[in-house]
Design a protein around this ligand. Sequence first.
Ligand code: PLP
Length: 352
Amino acid sequence: MKKHNFSAGPCILPQDVLNKASEAVRNFNGLDLSLIEISHRSADFVAVMEKARHLVLELMGIENKGYSVLFLQGGASLEFLMVPYNLMSIGGKAAYLDTGTWSSKAIKEAKLLGDVEVMASSKEANYNFIPRGYTVPTDVDYVHCTSNNTIFGTQMKEFPQTDAPLVCDMSSDIFSRQLDFSKFDLIYAGAQKNMGPAGTTLVVVRDEILGKTGRTIPSMLDYQVHISKDSMFNTPAVFPVYVSMLTLEWLKSLGGIKTIEKMNRDKAQLLYDEIDRNPLFKGAAKKEDRSDMNVTFLLTDQSKKGEFDHLWKEAGINGLNGHRSVGGYRASIYNAMPIESVQVLVDIMNKL
Ligand SMILES: Cc1ncc(COP(=O)(O)O)c(C=O)c1O
């Protein structure tokens, strides 16, 4: 039996993608060679990189709008540093919204290179909501936010209005919902949620915001260096890039972000309805800020914990334990999660 995989990341990927990826490891494009033993500069792999880049822009609806797409390494965590390196002027300042652990890690790195104004924070409430009504400063090099807070289960529905470049960490909800992507100047995301295996990071950047800081940037941290080499300044993570391309193809074949958004809404609704209906459970995040990707919830009666844990494990559910900073449970229901698996969980909650 295949498990119902609710892991937060790395996480579930479409079965069809896994099958194609396995075949490519054995025999890529009928070459009688593995994808992971050919040159990244071979025509076959260059075509993969080009296709992946093109699918990103196509799915986001931002083709021919002055954006470059990069597949880098170092995870989203390295972007916490690369963003200020590339956008913070010497003696400059940036504005950050502090909505969770990952935002605060991004803030820590940015402070290495300049002033950081934290526009608002929900830290005092253990990040169970998205701040509203804050003032966005105008004298900043860029504004940074995190669209989905993987650990706390909150998701931004509105984004800061600003004339400064808008930067967003979309690691845990990229390609999950329709957004006007042209409102963002730099988007980054570790692949290992909605895109592929860990090992590559997607960066989508508006070219015109780069090269303005007056800083000397180490080559590996310089977006312009990576753009000029089509993400092949050094050896790219060939397997994660290939699997990302397959996942993007899968998403396109489903009908793109519009279709997956509807499926994601339905899955989240099914689970939140049970959480709100069942007196044994309560949601961890404020209702209006709930995430459609990471559903965090708690038992109201701890004496039921043993029974509940036994039931979901017995049903083949994997990865449901909450992050230690929230406790309880977290059901990560990313793009590839079928609604049938969510129904299995809901049925168990109902039975408790
Ligand atoms: C929203 C968000 N940002 C950043 C990260 C860090 O990503 P990485 O492990 O790829 O550095 C994560 C990891 O879960 C995340 O969920």
